[in-house]
Design a binder for this molecule. Structure first.
Ligand SMILES: Cc1cc2nc3c(=O)[nH]c(=O)nc-3n(C[C@H](O)[C@H](O)[C@H](O)COP(=O)(O)OP(=O)(O)OC[C@H]3O[C@@H](n4cnc5c(N)ncnc54)[C@H](O)[C@@H]3O)c2cc1C
Length: 433
């Protein structure tokens, strides 16, 4: 490699660390720009960590950061409850304490709105870019089947006050290009008849519907996109762990894995919750927030919903993925432990059964948990790492990685190519920490 820094617009040798939905999307977009792309992933295939069995929602309508008014009080009330949607397990880990402090400082309506406004532009870009990529893949003859459903996402609430508040917040995002509709309880049931029972029990006071939102299996999508990217010329090194990003001053010169040392003009860090561990001298408050999902094979008899639903009472999201129903929820700030705890997983199953009681008791649940790579402000970290010349970050997508993957990757490709992105990258810079 020559010592001169290549011109931004020239094809470059790019190494991507991490093969989740974010890393694979990045590989695809950078390859489209003609770069020589290698992706290193420690697992034997793509999408096997947090992108594996998430809630399936691609949801521009649900971009509000979790840090918001009332969250600390609510978390205290839930202390000690096994089925609490949010749980803290304090560790002797300074990173966890610093992260919690930053999160707590963002627990205001003003900060939450600021986060929503930053995320919504990226979510809408992602929606367009996803379609553009699917059209491109179809034109190239790839079958990117991922149990996609384009029937919108409906958020349901138990009280009129909550519906009114959500509708008001939704209106605030209208000028950004996101249209959502306030629905009465009867309209919610008309849209999704499987909600009738919950409505009869008085649990549905109304909803907010984001008609152009969609859902699909993030894992299937990641695998399909990885296969297409490989055909397009991306090299995938599976089963290799990146141990170090070697640097001279502000420039990463090599990526060292457990098996080899790779030269790079540009490095993209998309390692999910492990991203901060590969950085030295850079503050990146991305911390794991554990969540659970349960997947059921469901009959096509109207007992399971077809529209993707977010139950704001039980704090779960539910998506129909072909012949399966996926429900996801729970937030546990408990370090890096990936054990599926039966009571936590069971509470997601209980919640989906309570919302849709006609679901048969004999359905066999598949439980899973994953670690959301969360920033305290609920906004991802994209762009050049502070103080580095050729290290780009694409991480910290928290609850929204599937929703924001394609837009984040396209934005990063623009930055690497020296093009002006359509979304202001400054809003996502790591220098905000
Ligand atoms: C229960 C749950 C429900 C969710 N529901 C939704 C939803 O409905 N909609 C939505 O938009 N988002 C949802 N999310 C969030 C979404 O799943 C994540 O934001 C997204 O998967 C993060 O993708 P990623 O590529 O950054 O991380 P990952 O998928 O974890 O990928 C990172 C990859 O980096 C690899 N890696 C790490 N370190 C190294 C190393 N040193 N060397 C090599 N490889 C390395 C890992 O093996 C991993 O494969 C949910 C998450 C959870 C847990």
């Amino acid at each position: 490699m020559s010592s001169a820094v290549p011109q931004k617009s020239m094809p470059q040798k790019v190494i991507i660390v991490g093969g989740g939905v974010i890393g694979v999307a990045t590989a695809y977009w950078l390859r489209r720009d003609g770069h020589e792309v290698t992706l290193v992933e420690k697992e034997p295939g793509p999408g096997l960590e947090t992108s594996f069995a998430n809630g399936g929602q691609v949801s521009a309508g649900e971009v509000a950061p979790w840090a918001g008014p009332g969250v600390p009080t609510q978390a205290l009330k839930w202390l000690g409850r096994a089925d609490a949607p949010l749980r803290l397990r304090l560790k002797a880990d300074p990173e966890q304490w610093k992260w919690l402090w930053r999160f707590w400082r963002r627990c205001s309506l003003k900060a939450q709105r600021d986060g929503s406004e930053r995320n919504v532009g990226l979510a809408l870009l992602s929606r367009d870019i996803l379609q553009e990529a699917l059209d491109d893949l179809a034109a190239k003859g790839f079958d990117a089947a991922f149990d996609r459903k384009q029937e919108g996402i409906l958020r349901v609430f138990a009280t009129k006050t909550e519906v009114d508040h959500a509708a008001h917040e939704a209106e605030r995002l209208e000028p950004f290009g996101l249209h959502q509709e306030k629905l009465s309880a009867a309209e919610c049931v008309a849209l999704e008849p499987a909600l009738a029972s919950a409505h009869q029990r008085g649990e549905v006071a109304g909803g907010v519907y984001s008609r152009r939102d969609q859902s699909g299996d993030a894992y299937k999508f990641t695998c399909a996109l990885a296969a297409a990217a490989e055909e397009m010329g991306v090299t995938f090194l599976y089963g290799q762990t990146v141990a170090k990003l070697e640097r001279q001053g502000g420039r990463i010169t090599h990526v060292r894995t457990n098996l080899r040392r790779l030269e790079a003009d540009v490095v993209v860090l998309a390692a999910g919750v492990m991203s901060p561990h590969l950085l030295d001298g850079i503050t990146l408050p991305v911390y794991p927030v554990k969540g659970y999902s349960v997947t059921l094979d469901v009959p096509d008899d109207g007992t399971a919903p077809k529209v993707s639903v977010t139950d704001e009472v039980r704090r779960i999201v539910v998506s129909r993925l072909g012949t399966r129903l996926r429900a996801a929820g729970q937030a546990e700030v408990a370090g890096y432990d990936k054990t599926v705890e039966r009571d936590r997983a069971q509470s997601v199953l209980d919640a989906v059964r309570a919302l849709f009681p006609a679901l048969g008791e004999d359905l066999e649940p598949e439980f899973w948990c994953g670690l959301r790579p969360m920033t305290p402000d609920g906004v991802p970290v994209l762009g050049l790492a502070p103080g580095r010349d050729n290290l780009y970050l694409n991480t910290g997508h928290g609850t929204l990685g599937w929703t924001l993957a394609m837009g984040s990757a396209a934005l990063l490709a623009d930055l690497i190519a020296g093009r002006d992105p359509s979304v202001d990258p400054e809003k996502f810079s790591a220098s905000r920490f």
